[in-house]
Design a binder for this molecule. Structure first.
Ligand code: AMP
Ligand code: MN
Ligand code: MN
Ligand code: MN
Length: 291
């Protein structure tokens, strides 16, 4: 069998089920185009894309392995953190309960964001988002897009800096599930957790280390150390933290839409010093697959 690192993997991307622009069917076809062997779709607080993507892979006989995934919004010490859940049973009752609860939190939050943004001139925000995507998970990205469409903001970045980021008028503090609940739930459903993009939370390294130590102590397994738009020094730093804390490593593009700087499977190389989170998933290495 070939090295586990020879498998082309992408364990973090989004579809129209949350704030991605491609449907689950389009994502898996694109992943096959990009020669990805193993893909996890990790929509915000929702697993629905898995079922749709799974059916497409089956009916079109696509050469790709799909892993159930989710990107959970989690509260750690009053901070919003993203935690990946990977390779769990997507039918498990505890997963369904968590997805339902997170969905309610998102719904209430979207309602309040919409009310707040009315005050700065964004008309019928929530209704317009729902009209476009009736069953989708609503994220701040959706509001950012409306702010741009209505000429109230010049770019996504601008929308977050002025209206949607922490401390701005449209920010709504949300009581997301905590570390323990998320870790326990994913574990109960047979999966593993990894902290998503750990260096993107605007906290100093002391807090980052504290967060990782607590995650590990509560039974978390992995750190996402590689994503597409990342400095090499950042990947090395996170790799060291993973080794120091005896955590496995994960890699994912965080793809939301096709762009010159962002692609499925792009720039996710990992050093073989690390212990990959997919080590015990029984994945077929590419050579074995084509035999
Ligand atoms: P939410 O989960 O509803 O808080 O939305 C968060 C999503 O908004 C993230 O997953 C990103 O896709 C996007 N996002 C967050 N911050 C920014 C930013 N500064 N610029 C552009 N997109 C952002
Ligand atoms: Mn997103
Ligand atoms: Mn994220
Ligand atoms: Mn993401």
């Amino acid at each position: 069998m070939g090295s586990l690192f020879a498998v082309k993997i992408d364990l973090h991307c989004h579809t129209t089920v949350s704030d991605g622009r491609l449907s689950p069917a389009e994502i898996v076809r694109r992943a096959v185009d990009k020669k990805i062997d193993v893909l996890a779709i990790t929509d915000h607080d929702q697993t629905a894309a898995y079922f749709e993507a799974h059916d497409v892979i089956k009916s079109e006989n696509l050469p790709i392995q799909l892993i159930p995934g989710i990107e959970l919004s989690v509260n750690w010490n009053g901070k919003e953190i993203h935690m990946l859940g990977l390779n769990f049973d997507p039918y498990h009752a505890d997963i369904n309960a968590l997805v339902t609860r997170q969905g309610q939190r998102r719904e209430e939050r979207a309602q309040r964001i919409s009310e707040k943004l009315e005050r700065i001139g964004l008309k019928d925000g929530l209704a317009r988002i729902k009209a476009n995507n009736p069953n989708g998970i609503i994220t701040r990205n959706h509001f950012a897009k409306l702010l741009i469409d209505d000429g109230l903001c010049s770019s996504m970045q601008n929308a977050f800096t002025r209206f949607l980021g922490k401390g701005n008028i449209g920010f709504v503090k949300t009581d997301w599930a905590d570390f323990k609940t998320c870790i326990t739930t994913i574990k109960a459903a047979g999966g593993k957790t990894a902290i998503a993009h750990p260096t993107r939370y605007k906290q100093n390294n002391r807090k980052l280390r504290e967060m990782i130590a607590e995650f590990k102590q509560l039974g978390g397994q992995g750190l996402e150390i590689a994503w597409s738009q990342q400095a090499p020094s950042d990947r090395e730093f996170l790799g060291r933290l993973a080794l120091e804390n005896d955590l496995e490593v994960s890699a994912g593009s965080d793809f939301h839409f096709p762009a010159p700087w962002l692609e499925l499977g792009k720039n996710l190389h990992l050093s073989e010093r690390y212990h990959p989170i997919w080590c015990d998933w029984g994945l077929a290495a590419p050579a074995a697959k084509s035999a």
